[in-house]
Design a protein around this ligand. Structure first.
Ligand code: G16
Length: 545
């Protein structure tokens, strides 16, 4: 028996903050206050009772990952965890962690990341618990963690130092086994099973060019292995591929604003055929063709319509799920395919039951997340590879595929307007005020548009019957336009109001307009109905994507 002494310390108050859509996210300065990480970790352990269990542990390599990982390992040992499977150097992308939990039949996993939020000493850190199916903990589990966090007075930690994570192999910490694994190998093999690597390899050998921007974040090693080594893209096709603790000082969120360099390159004179980017922890993606940006909602629809071209989905898909603020483009594909379409609240955890039950095969969100039943997280590189597989089989470019898609299904013009750094009180007031007026809105007009419906979105899970309420306001306008308003659950400074806007145009309409222009009436009407200027004092959003 190789036991090590443990000490029990008093916990620190963690300000009652509940885990949001993706676990607990806070500034590094908060997470590194004495006892803070320990308290939240112990609350998680108290909720999941980890004695004798196997857990996966990994993170996106951001600042504070290393000391946090050592602390969590020492606490896991003191809480009688049997085995922790951890990525070499503590690295695991979120989808790779999800895969590892599933592949190794682990009881769950802890992911250290604040996703697309900036890193570094002044940036953000986060801790999220995933359950045995590989997906984010559902609300029953996060509620239990919150309850434990409010009723906790001690945490347990082994006195011994955590082992080095720099070499693959096994070590022990007390009675616990620490197994260090290659973070990329299993994930890359899974991708080879799902996609036609020969077809993609041939397309690249025949001169197809691509650029993948890893944004100095976790997907660098994954993309280099898969795109350059296994698929033969020339060295240098992966840019910003060395993960750094502060993501090169950037904001690792793959959208036209934060991945501007890639976006501009794909719209410039030397544009390659295909461009893509992923975020801090590798679950988000951005797809750009030569001269054309693919909105995430459209990407989900195109992938659903063409998934059967990849070996992993050759039998067809069972259904498509999207979050409420994601455009209805994928619903149109599901209808044509004769499969189910689901509209869930924001947050990948709401897809878990549908995926487990085999009701949905593909899922996606406007926030640049797409994925399938291969894991229980969204998966940035997976989306890139499915796109490449489709391009290789169809022998057409991104622009042509998108154009043909709109000609078949019509186009859901879409945009998201973010009002950032708001005073939380004002933002909450705007939402509650709007909710209080919902029943009076239908029939009213603004900017020449009449509202036909309004609701505060609630969702009953079709598998377990659980009800989730208050998930954002939907305003439906005449003529196929919709606006959705909700407060972000992932920010760490003040509040962010997200206004999602869409306008459907059928295949006979003008499919080539600028999105902001096509949405101008919905934008003005929504702003008036919500009282954005009056209640927030803002005349324009901070970020338009
Ligand atoms: C997280 C969730 C996503 C969700 C997003 C919403 O993304 O995993 O499912 O769509 O939050 O963010 P917000 O509440 O800010 O609109 P990630 O990539 O941060 O884990």
């Amino acid at each position: 028996m190789n036991s090590t002494a443990s000490t029990t310390f008093k916990t620190a108050p963690i300000d009652g903050q509940v885990p949001g859509t993706s676990g607990l996210r806070k500034k590094v300065a908060v997470f590194s206050e004495p006892g803070y990480l320990e308290t939240y970790t112990q609350a998680t352990f108290n909720a999941i009772e980890p004695a004798g269990k196997t857990l996966v542990l990994g993170g996106d390599g951001r600042y504070f990952n290393r000391p946090a990982m050592a602390t969590i390992l020492r606490m896991a040992a003191a809480n009688q965890v049997a085995r922790v499977i951890v990525g070499q150097n503590g690295i695991l992308s979120t989808p790779a962690a999800s895969h590892l939990i599933r592949k190794r039949n682990a009881d769950g996993g802890l992911i250290l990341s604040a996703s697309h939020n900036p890193g570094g000493p002044d940036g953000d850190f986060g801790l999220k618990y995933n359950i045995a199916n590989g997906g984010p903990a559902p609300e029953a589990v996060t509620d239990a963690i919150v309850a434990c966090a409010q009723d906790i007075d001690a945490y347990h930690i082994t006195d011994a130092a955590a082992p080095s994570l720099s070499e693959c192999g096994e070590a022990t910490l007390g009675n616990m086994v620490v197994e260090v694994v290659d973070p990329v190998a299993d994930y890359a093999s899974l991708m080879e099973e799902l996609f036609d690597f020969n077809a993609i390899r041939k397309m690249i050998a025949d001169g197809f060019t691509l650029r993948f921007d890893a944004m100095h974040a976790v997907t660098g090693p994954y993309a280099t292995e898969i795109l350059e080594r296994r698929l033969g893209a020339p060295t240098g096709s992966v840019v910003n591929g060395n993960p750094s603790e502060d993501f090169g000082g950037g904001h690792p969120d793959p959208n036209p604003v934060w991945a501007k360099e890639l976006f501009d390159h794909l719209h410039g004179p030397d544009a390659p055929d295909f461009g893509a980017a992923s975020d801090g922890d590798g679950d988000r993606n951005m797809i750009v063709g030569n001269g054309i940006y693919v909105a995430p909602s459209d990407s989900l629809a195109v992938l659903a319509a063409n998934a059967h071209l990849a070996p992993g989905y050759a039998q067809g898909i069972a259904g498509v799920a999207r979050s409420m603020p994601t455009s209805a483009a994928s619903d149109r594909v599901a209808e044509k395919l004769g499969v189910e379409a689901f509209q869930t609240p924001t947050g990948w955890k709401f897809f878990g039951n549908l995926l487990d039950a085999g009701r949905a095969t593909l899922c996606g969100e406007e926030s640049a997340g797409t994925g399938s039943d291969h894991v229980r997280e969204k998966d940035g590189l997976w989306a890139v590879l499915l796109w490449l597989n489709i391009l290789a089989v169809r022998g057409e470019g991104v622009a042509q595929i998108l154009k043909e898609h709109w000609q078949t299904y019509g186009r859901d013009y879409y945009s998201r307007h973010d009002y950032e750094g708001l005073d939380s009180k004002s933002a909450n007031h705007l939402m509650s005020e709007l909710k209080s007026r919902l029943s009076t809105l239908p029939g009213q007009s603004a900017a020449g548009l009449t509202l036909t419906g309004s609701e505060d979105f609630a969702y009953t899970d079709p598998i377990d019957g659980s009800l989730t309420t208050g998930q954002g306001v939907i305003l439906a306008y005449e003529g196929g336009a919709r606006a959705m308003l909700r407060l972000s659950g992932t920010g760490t400074e003040g509040a962010t109001l997200r206004v999602y806007l869409e306008q459907y145009v059928d295949p006979t309409g003008d499919l080539t307009r600028d999105a902001q222009e096509a949405l101008s009436k919905v934008i003005t009407a929504t702003s008036q109905f919500a009282g954005i200027q009056d209640l927030l004092g803002r005349t324009a959003p901070d970020v338009i994507s």
